[in-house]
Structure formats: structure tokens, C-alpha cells
Design a protein around this ligand. Structure first.
Ligand SMILES: NC(=O)c1ccc[n+]([C@@H]2O[C@H](COP(=O)([O-])OP(=O)(O)OC[C@H]3O[C@@H](n4cnc5c(N)ncnc54)[C@H](OP(=O)(O)O)[C@@H]3O)[C@@H](O)[C@H]2O)c1
Length: 159
């Protein structure tokens, strides 16, 4: 198993990195910009903006991943309301670019998302649902979606 974690500077991404290190899994942590995860050594980190095809190709070519754990997102709902274009670019188009790279490497794509039933009209929910629809309409079926909640364990994301 060779894992790429997206959004590794984020709340969930940091927990995934911790799990990989504790369990000696082969992985690369990626996020936009510099490594800001104090528990992730720099040699296990590569900067990857999920909206940047060149950076995505470089990272995938480095690891030849078998699994992608996709947590990178603009997750701040009020920020998404104020910045709908950026929200769409990252949560929908960026996710689609990572999914496309997964297909080229025949890797499993796991998208982590939240329970979206609360406010379906929010820009954040709309972007996540659209990203999900893009997976569902694809001919490539090697993907899964986890609706992360208080009952979800970090370990289960590696199954
Ligand atoms: N944390 C939870 O308990 C929880 C619960 C339910 C669902 N989820 C879902 O899990 C996902 C991650 O949540 P989270 O709490 O970890 O969010 P988060 O803390 O906001 O982490 C998301 C990460 O994605 C990064 N990112 C944003 N734009 C990017 C881009 N263009 N390229 C690469 N990375 C980018 C962010 O970078 P910056 O740090 O630079 O902004 C951030 O580090 C979300 O979809 C969320 O809905 C999380």
C-alpha cells in the first residue's frame, strides 16, 4: 500500500499522518504550501495544490500511489459562502483533478466528506455534492466516500 494524503496540514489530514507513522505505512503527506504539521517530518511531505495539474503529476510520479486519502478541501462553510468560485475550484475541480490522476495510476480514491444533510443549499454542501456526483457518473469505480462523523475511526479510513 502506497498512500497519498491530501490536505495533510488540516485537522483530519494530520490525524491520518499520525496513523501512518504509528503503523509504519508507506505514504506521502501533501497539502498546499509548506508543511505545517509538526508531527510530519519534512522528508515525508510534498507541497501539492490540488488545483495544480503539474504539482499533482509530480507527486503521483514520485510515489506511484495505490491509495489516495483525499481530505483537501475548503471546509470553512462561511468562507465558502463568501468565496463560491474558489470553493468550487478546490472542492469540485481540484477533487476532479486528483480523481483523474488516480485513474491514470489505477489507485483507489477515497474522498472524506461530512454529513451534508444540514444545509444543502450552502456553497460548501453544493460543492461536495457535485464532487460526489462526478465520482458516481464516472466509468472508473475504484473509489469510495466516507461521510466522516463522531463514529468514524481513523483506522477505518485505511480499510
Ligand atoms: N475534521 C473533522 O472531524 C471532520 C469531520 C467531518 C468531515 N470532515 C471532512 O473532512 C475533510 C477535511 O476536513 P478537515 O477538518 O481536516 O478540514 P481542514 O482542517 O480545513 O483541512 C483541509 C486542508 O485542505 C487544505 N487545502 C485547501 N485548499 C487546498 C488546495 N487547493 N490544495 C491542497 N490542499 C488544500 C487546507 O489547507 P490550508 O490549511 O492551507 O487551508 C487544509 O489544510 C473535509 O471535507 C471535511 O468536510 C472532517
Amino acid at each position: 500500500m502506497r498512500i497519498i494524503i491530501t490536505g495533510a496540514n488540516g485537522v483530519l489530514g494530520q490525524k491520518l499522518v499520525e496513523y501512518c507513522i504509528a503503523n509504519r505505512l508507506t505514504f506521502i503527506a501533501t497539502s498546499k504550501g509548506l508543511n505545517r504539521n509538526p508531527n510530519c517530518p519534512d522528508y515525508l511531505y510534498l507541497s501539492m495544490d490540488i488545483c495544480n495539474k503539474l504539482e499533482i503529476n509530480q507527486v503521483f510520479d514520485t510515489l506511484y500511489p495505490t491509495h489516495i486519502l483525499h481530505t483537501a478541501a475548503i471546509s470553512d462553510e462561511s468562507f465558502c459562502e463568501k468565496n463560491p468560485t474558489l470553493c468550487h475550484q478546490v472542492n469540485v475541480e481540484g477533487t476532479a483533478l486528483i480523481f483523474h490522476a488516480c485513474q491514470q495510476f489505477e489507485a483507489h480514491f477515497k474522498m472524506i466528506t461530512s454529513d451534508l444533510t444540514d444545509n444543502l443549499d450552502s456553497e460548501y454542501s453544493k460543492s461536495k455534492l457535485l464532487a460526489q456526483k462526478n465520482l458516481e457518473s464516472s466509468n472508473y469505480k475504484n473509489w469510495s466516500i466516507v461521510h466522516f462523523d463522531e463514529n468514524t475511526t481513523i483506522e477505518s479510513l485505511f480499510n
